[in-house]
Design a protein around this ligand. Structure first.
Ligand SMILES: Nc1ncnc2c1ncn2[C@@H]1O[C@H](COP(=O)(O)OP(=O)(O)OP(=O)(O)O)[C@@H](O)[C@H]1O
Ligand SMILES: O=C(O)C1=C[C@@H](O)[C@@H](O)[C@H](O)C1
Ligand SMILES: [Mg+2]
Length: 170
């Protein structure tokens, strides 16, 4: 089975890259946040409000581990998923993981302009958003850093370069 899991902070571009990389490889594309919304029957932001974050984390972990993956797929994960339970170890045991690493400033500028609300951010903007991302990213980095491949410069963040970085690990 060939599974590629894209991980990284919210807004780093996992969903966008997942679509491009799966098309470039001829693999199927799976977005675990979309799967969550399908199974829960509501948007993630609504789920947070109705059931709270702990219930969200349990259900996203179950979806990660219980999904019937196709033979070849690129899987975009939720931004917090690698940082809970043994999810990161599970992905490393079941596929190849790629950490898409961006600076807090780049993440903040993308998240300020994004259409999908991220409940974890609670509407923060400007300098408050940058500082929140710096703190949260420092907490999460040890988990993301367990990825098999780290793609971190602008140059690395293309489907072609991710394919190259993965090929050097095989
Ligand atoms: N390479 C890029 N250059 C500029 N903007 C980008 C790029 N990739 C994604 N974006 C924009 O950044 C925002 C976040 O992208 P995306 O939704 O793919 O991130 P994500 O990592 O999947 O986030 P989440 O963890 O919340 O699901 C979107 O508005 C998207 O259009
Ligand atoms: O970083 C996070 O904790 C999250 C990121 C999103 O992908 C969603 O999974 C959700 O909004 C939580
Ligand atoms: Mg996404």
């Amino acid at each position: 089975m060939s599974l590629i899991f894209l991980v990284g902070f919210m807004g780093c571009g996992k969903t966008t890259m997942g679509r491009k990389l799966s098309a470039a490889l001829g693999y199927e594309f799976i977005d675990l946040d979309h799967k969550f919304e399908e199974q829960a029957g509501m948007r993630i932001a609504e789920y947070f409000t109705e059931h709270g974050e702990d219930a969200f984390r349990q259900m996203e972990s179950n979806i990660l581990k219980e999904t019937q993956y196709p033979e070849k797929a690129v899987v975009s994960t939720g931004g917090g998923l690698p940082c809970f339970f043994d999810n990161m170890d599970w992905m490393n045991a079941n596929g190849q993981t790629v950490y898409m690493k961006l600076t807090p400033k780049m993440l903040a500028s993308r998240l300020e302009n994004a259409k999908t609300p991220r409940p974890v951010l609670q509407g923060k903007k400007g300098q408050e958003l940058v500082e929140f991302i710096e703190t949260k990213l420092a907490e999460r980095e040890p988990h993301y850093g367990k990825a098999a491949v780290v793609a971190e410069s602008f140059a690395d963040l293309t489907p072609e370069n991710i394919m190259y970085l993965l090929s050097t690990r095989q």
